[in-house]
Design a protein. Structure first.
Length: 132
C-alpha cells in the first residue's frame, strides 16, 4: 500500500514540476521510484513526455527500450520506443525497435503506422531543399 501511495505522490509532484516548466526535476522524481514502478505504463508515458518537453525525445525512446529489456514480451513498449526514436530523429534505433515489435507481435496495431511514418520520413525533403 505504501509503495502505491509513493507512486501516486511522485506522479503528482512530477506534474507540479512540469507545470512550473521544470521537466528535469519531474524526471528526477519519477526516476527515484523502484524499477517496477518506473516501468509501469503511466510512469513511462509521463517520463517520455517530460523528456520530450526538455528536447530529449531520443531518451524517451531509450526509456521504453529499457522497459522492454525488463519485460521482453511487452509489444507496446517496443512500439512506443520506435515512436519516440522517430520523433527524436534516430532512425536506426526506430528501425531496430520496429523489428523487435514485429518479432513480438507481427499484427500489432501500430506496426503499419510506424512503417508508413518511417517510410514517409525517409523520402521527405530535407531542410533547405525545394519541395516542388
Amino acid at each position: 500500500e505504501w509503495a502505491e501511495q509513493r507512486v501516486v505522490y511522485a506522479r503528482k509532484l512530477a506534474r507540479l514540476f512540469a507545470a512550473r516548466d521544470e521537466p528535469m526535476e519531474a524526471i528526477a522524481v519519477l526516476d527515484s521510484l523502484s524499477p517496477e514502478a518506473r516501468f509501469s505504463p503511466d510512469v513511462l508515458r509521463e517520463t517520455a513526455e517530460y523528456l520530450e518537453a526538455n528536447g530529449q525525445a531520443v531518451l524517451a525512446g531509450l526509456q521504453y527500450e529499457m522497459a522492454l529489456k525488463a519485460r521482453p514480451t511487452e509489444a507496446d513498449y517496443a512500439a512506443e520506443s520506435a515512436l519516440w526514436y522517430l520523433k527524436g530523429g534516430d532512425r536506426g534505433a526506430a528501425q531496430s525497435m520496429m523489428e523487435r515489435l514485429e518479432a513480438i507481435d507481427p499484427r500489432h496495431m501500430t506496426l503499419e503506422v510506424l512503417r508508413t511514418r518511417f517510410n514517409v520520413e525517409s523520402v521527405a525533403p530535407g531542410p533547405g531543399t525545394d519541395a516542388e
